[in-house]
Write a protein that binds this ligand. Sequence first.
Ligand code: SF4
Ligand code: SF4
Length: 191
Amino acid sequence: MVPFFIKYGPGAGMPGTCRRRECGDIQPAPLLTGPPPRFMSCGMEAPFWKTKKLEEMSRAEWESLCDGCGKCCMAKLEDADTGEIYWTSISCRLFDAGKCRCTDYQNRLERVPDCVGLTPDNVRTLPWLPATCAYRLIAEGKDLYWWHKLVSGSEETVHEAGISMHGRVSASEDDMPDAEAYFDFILAGEP
Ligand code: SF4
Ligand code: SF4
C-alpha cells in the first residue's frame, strides 16, 4: 500500500418533537420528494437548512452549518491502489485540539495548501466527508442531528454527544517525523 496524505477542512429525517427551543410542536416526517415546506406544522417558518439549497444559502448561513466537529481537520491516508480512506487521530498543524477548531480559519487556504475549502459542488463529490458532516447531510437531503448547534442552540452538544474530535486527537502533524509515522495512528474507522 502506498500512503497518500490528504487533509481537508472548511471548517435524521425522523418525525418527532420539534427541537427548536422556542417551539416543541410534533413535526411530521420530512418529504422525500418535492420542495420542502416553508412552514412547520406549528406555523413557525422552517429553518434555512430545511428550505434552501446549498447554493441558495448566504455566506453566514453556509458558515453556520459547520458543526465544529473537527473531523475534517484530521489527516487521512488513502490507499493509492484501492482509493480506500484511512482516518487518523493526527491533526492539521493549525488545529487547536483543546478548542477543537482551526486557529486561523480566515487564512487557512493560504497557510495550508492541502486544506480544501468546501463548496456546494465539492461537498456532493468529496468521498471523505464524514457521514455526520452537516454539509454532507444537507447535500444528501437529510436533516441535522439533535446535537447540531443550530438545532440544540449550544456549541457544546457536538462534543457532549461524542461526535467531535475533542479529546480524541493524538498529536499534530508537526509532531510526525515522516509519512510512515501516521500508520501508528490509524483509527478503526471514521471517527
Ligand atoms: S461539520 Fe463538516 S466541515 Fe464542519 S468540522 Fe465537521 S466535518 Fe468539518
Ligand atoms: S487549515 Fe484549519 S480548517 Fe484547514 S484542515 Fe487545518 S485546521 Fe482544519
